[in-house]
Design a protein around this ligand. Sequence first.
Ligand code: PEP
Ligand code: MN
Length: 355
Amino acid sequence: MKFDKIDIFNTKEQPVIIAGPCSAESEEQVMQVATELKQHGVNIFRAGIWKPRTRPGCFEGVGKTGLPWLARVKNELGMHVATEVATADHVELALNANVDILWVGARTTANPFAVQEIADSLRGCDVPVLVKNPVNPDIELWIGAMERLVNAGVTRVGAIHRGFSSYGEKCFRNAPQWQLPIELRRRFPGLPLLCDPSHIAGKRELILSLSQQAMDLDFDGLMIETHCNPLCALSDARQQVTPEELMEILNKLVHRTTVADNSDFRAYREQIDEIDRELMTLLSKRMEIARGIGELKRKMGMVAFQPYRYNEIMERYIKFCADGKLEVDAVREIFELIHSESIRQQLTVMNNNDA
Ligand code: PEP
Ligand code: MN
């Protein structure tokens, strides 16, 4: 997948900040939020005018009535404006209103037909499009949506991580599952990647720590829902912050550098490389022994998997975590991986030698 940098983001301002209300509610509300944001130095304004709500009967946005309000923000305040599109009609209306950045919402990204319709309607247009992750943690679906846009000739594509939905009581409205954006960055290092801590958090108290985490993972920017009177917001009231609160959050963020090259740093990395080499040598030794046991099990007519043995080893592993240096869940996952690879190797020996 080939894409160009989003020039609107190439300002000295780091990280890129996109802020504004979840929904455009009235011309006054839009102008008030945008004016305050502009005074604080924010240059990219967001507002949803077509709102994809999970349940009917909620506020579904003001629709195209809101487009002239965004045009005012652009013309009178000199800000770039961004809105969500979910259909070819939305794209056409938004482009006619000179919206600078479009984004595809999480529910839309999950639907390839809808994304294809948007991509087709963008053929020959030169507008940056940001693609939120789909509601479910499927990285291929997320990449697929961006590919559809790139294949239609949209060269300025970016990704927004907004978390993944799950069932039941939870700390986050949408689980961050940071491993997905990390993997996206690994596969497409040049793809602009923003974080939307508002939709991950679902409540404003968590926005600072999520934003810091995104910065620590070298995200390019943040999209944060901002409203002058969050408690009265017509959508996502719990997660919106005022422009002042936004500035407090941004001022508290610690910025870290990506380039570190000094001898201490190199010494640590050499130690890590050495340990990785030892781990790999030990793992291959462990697998060799597993293949030996596989052969023995075959001869004795035993099954490959013995749950009591699995539980015994798992308990021993978990005891290693008693000093708090290792996280129980991480150790559990590591052991599950090692054990399933061990079983796979045993089965290969058992089945090949049986044949
Ligand atoms: C939004 O940005 O207001 C929105 C609807 O987001 P998402 O698609 O992430 O739910
Ligand atoms: Mn919202």
